[in-house]
Design a protein around this ligand. Structure first.
Ligand SMILES: Cc1ncc(COP(=O)(O)O)c(C=O)c1O
Length: 402
């Protein structure tokens, strides 16, 4: 099978991110419309038997059958690959679609893989529960303990999964150090870059092979779609795509188009989000009602030096604990007026969740303690509202605790 090659981008390598998100897909235009058409079709016709054979036998063809690829997907993928600095990218229907398809595409029975003690919950499930069912052994290590990571490596280790920053304490993984341990041993590395975004952190430039995203978050940016992305080399993308065609976590052309529209403003949104979140984290730290604030951009974060080294900005998510127990935290979240009480992150609106309440149905108390989820934890995804309005909202909710 031959592989579909993305056309050369005229100046993409020299462009700044603000330009890439607007023009990085120009070489893939299929007509003269300024706003790209939505190729809302499951299948594409061939002009001849020869063309059909070519379409059917080209990996990742953009116009054969939408499970295999779609012109709108290709435009989004071109931009994401530029932003992450990888050869190519692959879109999926959700972040978990991207994570699970990537891992299942890269490991086999008998392999050993290493993952972090803390990951997005469903990623942890994939490593701790799903992979062992298919004969893949997993070792879980503390992400901040590089000695433990090195000690976990075995001759049959094929892959290391990392995620940074990670829920709930925004702990970081040293991406360069992980790559240095893995590369010489021929171990593949996969990083979930959802919490940072490529505007704030470029794992591939630090030596990581595959970068995965929940594109539901910053890329979409408006809390209106679910999507996932995998950014990597052409060769790895083809392996992952072969699994993708089998598992079928396919993004609809409409949602790919919405994602493309969201991406056009990603750098603008990230600039405001980074500034708002840092300002809010500092403000929270100054308040008597607050026990602790976790944000990599704060000097008080235990890995702030690493944050300065591998991140350019620190993203939307702030975790903090208030003085008081589960009930006080519940009351606090309920009395927020501007910040919306909802899961997810990285969109234009500020969202807040009481983490312990969110996981109460799926995790035992012991599991929550192991995962670092305290009863008085709040996770906030800071949006693009005016910072003074956000502070006023938090202030009124905190004053209700007295
Ligand atoms: C870090 C991280 N990875 C993956 C996912 C899964 O993404 P999705 O909800 O788009 O499947 C999430 C969702 O919150 C996440 O936070």
């Amino acid at each position: 099978m031959t592989s579909w090659a993305q056309p050369e981008q005229a100046h993409a390598a020299e462009w700044h991110d603000e330009t890439t998100v607007l023009h990085g897909d120009a070489a893939l235009a299929t007509d003269s419309s300024v706003s790209p058409p939505i190729h809302y079709t499951a299948t594409f016709k061939a002009g001849s038997a020869e063309e059909f054979a070519d379409m059917a036998n080209t990996a990742r063809h953009p116009g054969f059958y939408t499970r295999y690829g779609n012109p709108v997907h290709k435009r989004v993928e071109a931009i994401l690959a530029e932003l992450e600095g990888t050869e190519t990218a692959l879109l999926m229907a959700s972040g978990m679609g991207a994570v699970s398809t990537t891992i299942l595409g890269l490991v086999e029975r008998g392999d050993h893989v290493i993952a972090q003690q803390r990951h997005y919950m469903s990623t942890s499930k994939l490593f701790e529960e799903v992979l062992p069912r298919f004969g893949v052994q997993t070792t879980i290590v503390d992400q901040a303990d590089l000695g433990a990571l090195e000690a976990a490596i075995r001759p049959e280790t094929r892959l290391i999964m990392v995620e940074t920053p990670v829920n709930p304490t925004l702990t970081l993984t040293d991406l360069q150090a992980v790559a240095r341990l893995a590369r010489p041993r021929g171990i593949l590395t996969v990083a979930d870059n959802t919490f940072a975004s490529p505007l704030n952190q470029r794992p591939h430039a630090l030596g990581i092979d595959v970068v995965v995203h929940s594109a539901t978050k910053y890329f979409g940016g408006h809390h209106d779609l679910t999507a996932g992305a995998v950014c990597c080399s052409q060769e790895l993308a083809e392996r992952i795509w072969a699994m993708h065609v089998t598992l079928g976590a396919v993004l609809s052309p409409m949602d790919a188009w919405l994602l493309l529209r969201g991406l056009r403003t990603l750098p603008l949104r990230m600039e405001r989000i980074n500034a708002n979140a840092l300002a809010l984290a500092r403000w929270l730290e100054s308040r008597d009602e607050i026990e602790q604030v976790f944000y990599p951009g704060l000097e008080s974060h235990p890995q702030h030096a690493l944050a300065l080294h591998q991140m350019k900005g620190y993203g939307a998510v702030i975790a903090f604990s208030i003085k008081g127990g589960f009930d006080a935290t519940s009351r606090f979240v309920s009395s927020l007026r501007l910040a919306t009480h909802a899961v997810s992150l990285g969109g234009v609106e500020t969202l807040a969740v009481h983490t312990a309440a969110m996981w109460a149905g799926t995790m035992t108390e012991t599991q929550m303690t192991a995962a670092g989820i305290e009863p008085n934890f709040i996770r906030m995804s800071v949006g693009v509202e005016h910072i003074d309005d956000l502070k006023r909202d938090l202030k009124q909710a905190l004053s209700g605790l007295a």
